[in-house]
Design a protein around this ligand. Structure first.
Ligand SMILES: [Zn+2]
Length: 323
């Protein structure tokens, strides 16, 4: 009898491992309960590529009594199916709503795999987000992610959010209360930050990253991102004190350990952009000096590729402020 049950448990363990969301050397990914009613799958902290299949964000869900509210489901339809299978391992409750932090496809494209199971679930985003993705933003991100990961098949037609939500709004689903914040211009001009009141958790989207850096575009603001993170730390502009701070990429944690590194990075970037401007230099001329002071970030993913671009972005903002 003992041998049979040992063999059975080995077979069960083997078949479970076959079904795990596994990405080669990167390991296995699953949802973990990190706060009251809050589950997060922390994705690989790296650029989208073939190895990570285009999965590199932090899909999350909040568990109500009867249903689930999902936040940033992930980067494409195919990883979305794997994320959904992992979700099903921890609960059978239906997804009743999806909240999307911003326009970048690595956060919202996987909504397709959720909505095909729960077509009645509403999907929310800021009106700017919905406008931009429908006017070409979705295609732009599809192109970027497909080129890097080759795993976007099935993602079209896009899972466009169908409901708008604005800063200052409160949403309640199944007894779970969410306060929405909108910094006019920080990581982009399409962002919402999502505060789960019940558990005191704050999702910052890509206004916060840890162990990796990401791209900025014409809608981004280094000044705005710094101001936002300082407001959150100082509990100003409607922000409170939270038990858990969730970045768009990288590990979640307590306030200072999670926010300070990214905030200090941008402060150093802005300091050298100002120095360059004041001394009639171009941003690339100040780069070696800035890089020297940024030694704590050398091992962050995409550091080499992003630091010069961030300096250039900050420089143009400094210039604009002076004019
Ligand atoms: Zn982003």
């Amino acid at each position: 009898m003992k041998t049979i049950s040992t063999v059975l448990s080995m077979i069960i363990a083997f078949s479970l491992s076959l079904n795990a969301f596994s990405l080669g050397k990167l390991g296995e990914f699953k949802f973990e309960k990190v706060n009251q009613n809050v589950w997060i799958m922390h994705g690989p902290v790296m650029e989208p590529n073939k190895e990570n299949e285009g999965f590199m964000n932090n899909p999350s869900f909040v568990e109500g009594e009867h249903g689930l509210i999902m936040i940033d489901p992930g980067g494409n339809y195919n990883v979305g199916k794997k994320i959904f299978a992992e979700l099903k391992k921890v609960t059978d409750k239906p997804v009743i709503a999806i909240l999307n932090t911003h326009k970048h496809g690595d956060h919202w494209f996987a909504g397709k795999a959720i909505l095909e199971h729960y077509p009645k679930a509403d999907s929310y985003a800021h009106p700017n987000m919905i406008k931009v993705v429908k006017e070409g933003g979705a295609d732009l991100w599809y192109g970027i992610l497909e080129r890097l990961s080759g795993n976007l098949k099935g993602t079209k037609p896009y899972p466009y959010p169908n409901k708008t939500v604005n800063g200052g709004n409160t949403l309640t689903f199944d007894g779970q209360i969410f306060k929405i914040h909108h910094p006019k211009r920080a990581h982009t001009d399409t962002d919402i930050l999502i505060e789960h009141v019940n558990s005191k958790t704050l999702w910052l989207g890509d206004n916060l990253m840890k162990n990796r850096l990401g791209g900025m575009d014409g809608s981004s603001s280094v000044y705005g991102n710094i101001e936002l993170l300082e407001n959150i730390i100082n509990q100003k502009d409607g922000y409170g004190k939270y038990n858990l701070y969730v970045p768009g990429h990288g590990p979640s944690g307590k306030m200072h350990e999670t926010i300070d590194p990214f905030l200090n990075y941008f402060k150093i970037i802005l300091k050298y952009a100002k120095e360059a401007y004041d001394n009639d230099m171009e941003s690339y001329e100040i780069k070696p000096k800035a890089v020297k002071e940024l030694k704590d970030y050398y091992d962050w993913d995409a550091f080499d590729g992003q630091v010069g671009k961030h300096l250039m972005r900050a420089f143009s903002e400094v210039e604009l402020k002076d004019i």
